[in-house]
Design a binder for this molecule. Sequence first.
Ligand SMILES: [Zn+2]
Length: 439
Amino acid sequence: MPRRICREPLTARVSIERRRVCQWLLLPAVPWWIQAVDATTIASARLWPAQEYTRLILESSSAVAHQMLPMKNPERLVLDLEDVELTSEIAQLGQRLQPSDPYIQAIRVARFKPGVVRVVLELKTEVNPQLFALQPVADYGHRVVLDLYPLTPPDPMMALLDFEKGGTRDIDVDSPPPDRFGPVERGSSPNSPLISPKSKPGLKRPIIVAVDPGHGGEDPGAVGPRGTCEKHVTLAIAKKLVAMLGAQPGMRTMLTRDDDYFVPLNVRVQKARRVQADLFISIHADAFTTPAARGSSVFALSEHGATSAAARWLAQRENEADLIGGVNLDSKEPFLARTLLDLSQTAQINDSLRVGRSVLDGIGAVNSLHKGSVEQAGFAVLKAPDIPSILVESAFISNPDEELKLKSDRYQKQFAESIFGGVKRYFAQNPPLSRSKLS
Ligand SMILES: [Zn+2]
């Protein structure tokens, strides 16, 4: 199986540092004939810095015994790797550190004693470290993963607090829906409060749309024939969509990730639930084994099997993201609780089909449709029990023509606009205040 590597950055905006990571990924593993017989070689050392958490990955062809030691004054983490060769890939890890990394100040690597390589992370702040190992999966070998989380995780609700002041979300459920899509008020900007202070009390609640750029970080998603990564395309489209939605009076948005790092599928769901989103849109790019497959599609959750074999196959592939991106199964994070996902989701699915239809109609104006109806399958990321949720496959990245489209700023914008139009039409006909919610 070919390794899933982004061969080229999507746009010039991708940082030099990130490009260097991609080049590092392209380097072949150290050939077997220069590996010591009983020592393991770190074939690839990667950093995924992000405000949410910074991830260090050490990948090797066989499992590496490791242990971590937190140290104080100054704050640092010591990671000892046993029976590991001190090769340039691991020795030069510090050079790949970005000055903007929120958590790591510097990285030093040295042989601590015979057979033990010591990695010292000098920290900018105290962190909550999580160390775990991943078994080989897809194109990856054994991975040692060290995640550095902030002691106090940022609350996605904070960004929306301004709009919650002075009223609760579900008051005045009998009042008529506000005209949320009227002209922008004089003097308002995309950053100004979306509900003016003159609004009636019952109209204070903005519509909140969670936009989910598929994949990220360790999980590139599908890779096109030219090496375009799905994760870059999804983020670009999502950011454009969020800009459009956020500029609407009465609308607020939340991105489940805003950079190139991995977010587990159910964390994406939980983030949307934290902000009590009225809609969840997951953005992806499709791929198939033959280059001819083309067109856009929209999916909703299914509780009872998929609407087609292709939909089932796609859901399976998208659900593999957690394996490839790397989830710490031992984590006790509340985000990872899955209990709510067993509730009946009939109402959610009906709403999702409705918004899916509306979005599909919009998309039909900018690209051919792979299928003329909203399909259904067991996508893990669509399982919020109380939020209408759709997954949009923007085009086939495995199709050379559509890969070019997906890379283009113009198509990304058109595509985001088509979703935007569908969302507006849906909320105009289905105002959230009148929708029943699971409690
Ligand atoms: Zn995907």
